[in-house]
Design a protein around this ligand. Structure first.
Ligand code: PMP
Length: 476
């Protein structure tokens, strides 16, 4: 049969040109661009259209910024209204009707006991700016320098935030003294026990460190935690453990900072994830979805911590009016349409279906999450010959089996296969082996089915590809 050469379309050529120029011009640190080589030109709701004409279901949602998906009509209308009104687009720190409306709506969404005695600080526009502000606030308020943070945490990319997060190549800020505490989890439990006992041990360890005068822990200005660890691998902090952390910090007058940058605005099935446990933190850090897809970050904190001098925390871009308008519209829409409840319900059904898949896919080590923040941890169940697995097998004999080793290679293959099927997913977790789903809260039942169908299909294809590679390389 003659092979006919098909000339690439103009769209494909343009798309490839843009990707090629990006790879030449942009830094080696580029991330999403490597694993998701697409060129978005149009987007609506769950769907992104690439310059090559392909359409994708987007479960990355701008790294969790899009509570309502792309270009939701209420967000676009709010942005247009500001533009058409002739209002300034940026006014650092000044009062405006747009900011006033945003603040009113934000306080409306917060737990009452918190909102009634709280102040807000508009920060530089990213989550990490707000984390930095929170750390600075509690250090000023307490006069102490130590920070309590958790294994696997991610709080952003500035030096202080990085120091509170899990270690990275650049190391963070040496003057911030962080004590690392265990974040409880069932699947890879740091104590090897899981469940309620794991939470109890994590709490006991925290208490012991704080009360032992020789533990080496410097006096703590604050404890910062994510109610659900996102980048750490989609790990929900158990409610009883959250309450214990609240009690431990309250008893010792240590401000508790809830980093809700990723978990906020209905994502986990409550408007704010702290509501699941009912705790009232001293500081809440918010960004991503509060700007309705535009950059915006704030901290809200107990008013008696407000001992900052005027100008103590400044920054140029703290008055983005379009972000405040888009954010206010998003917060109101999520609240009025009870999208947090919708996320709780739909997320639970998606998790159930994913757990059902595990029966046919031994590479699914764990399915976990809360609301529409869902993680699928992929493992290598056949790593039996490795030394690690032998130890695990010994442990199994003694009744203390650990999970199979994480499989980042399979996870990367699943991400590629998803993209080939028109589905955008992100990878997270300590070993980059967790497929993370952050779909918009507006996801319909049919869209959820389509996402899970494509994911299941991608998983089968990735497993087949890896199995056939193993078979080709196996000695005969
Ligand atoms: N905190 C949490 C919990 C996050 O997930 C992130 C971003 N992944 C940040 C802070 C930092 O936010 P940003 O990237 O906007 O600086």
């Amino acid at each position: 049969m003659a092979v006919t050469e098909i000339a690439p379309s103009a769209a494909t050529t343009a798309h490839e040109g843009i990707l090629r120029r990006q790879s030449i011009r942009e830094s080696a640190a580029r991330t999403y661009a490597r694993s998701l080589p697409i060129v978005p030109v149009r987007a609506r709701g769950l769907t992104i259209e690439g310059a090559d004409g392909r359409r994708y279901l987007d479960c990355l949602s701008g790294a969790g910024t899009l509570a309502l998906g792309h270009n939701h009509p209420v967000v676009l209308e709010a942005i247009r209204k500001v533009i058409d009104s002739g209002a300034p687009l940026h006014v650092p720190d000044l009062a405006t009707p747009v900011k006033d409306a945003f603040t009113t709506e934000l306080f409306e969404t917060l737990p009452r006991q918190f909102a009634d005695h709280a102040r807000v600080q508009f920060c530089g526009p990213t989550g990490t700016d707000a984390v930095e502000a929170a750390l600075e606030l509690v250090r000023t308020a307490t006069g102490r320098s130590g920070i309590l943070a958790f294994t696997g945490a991610d709080h952003g990319m500035t030096a202080g935030a990085m120091t509170a997060g899990a270690p990275t190549a650049s190391g963070g800020a040496p003057d911030v003294r962080v004590t690392r505490l265990p974040y409880p989890q069932d699947y890879r439990c740091p104590f090897g026990v899981g469940g309620a006992r794991s939470q109890e041990l994590a709490g006991n360890w925290t208490e012991t460190l704080l009360d032992d005068p020789k533990s080496g822990v410097v006096p703590s200005a604050g404890m910062i935690l994510e109610p659900v660890q996102g980048e750490g691998g989609v790990i929900p902090g158990p409610d009883s453990w959250m309450r214990r952390m609240r009690k431990i910090t309250a008893d010792r007058s240590i401000p508790l900072i809830a980093d809700e940058v990723q978990t906020g605005v209905g994502r986990t099935g409550a408007f704010w994830a702290v509501e699941h446990s009912g705790i009232v933190p001293d500081v809440m850090v918010m960004s991503k979805a509060i700007g309705g897809s535009l950059p915006l970050a704030v901290i809200v904190y107990r008013s008696d911590l407000d001992c900052w001098e005027p100008g103590a925390h400044v920054g140029t871009f703290r008055g983005n009016q379009l972000a405040m308008a888009a954010g206010a519209a998003t917060l109101a829409h999520v609240r009025e349409n009870r999208l947090a409840e919708r996320a709780a319900d739909l997320g639970a059904r998606m998790i159930r279906r994913l757990r059902g898949l595990a029966a046919d896919h031994p590479a699914i080590g764990d399915v976990r999450g809360r609301g529409l923040m869902i993680g699928l941890e992929l493992v290598d169940p056949e790593a039996a010959e490795s030394a690690e697995a032998t130890v695990a097998a010994d442990a199994r004999e003694t009744g203390a089996a650990g999970p199979a080793p994480a499989d980042p290679v399979l996870a990367a293959a699943v991400q590629r296969e998803c993209l080939a099927r028109g589905l955008i997913v992100e990878l997270a977790g300590r070993h980059t082996s967790v497929v993370s789903l952050l779909p918009p809260l507006t996801l319909t039942d049919e869209q959820a089915e389509a996402v899970l169908d494509r994911l299941a299909d991608a998983l089968s294809a990735a497993e087949r590809a890896i199995r056939s590679r193993h078979e080709t390389h196996r000695p005969h």
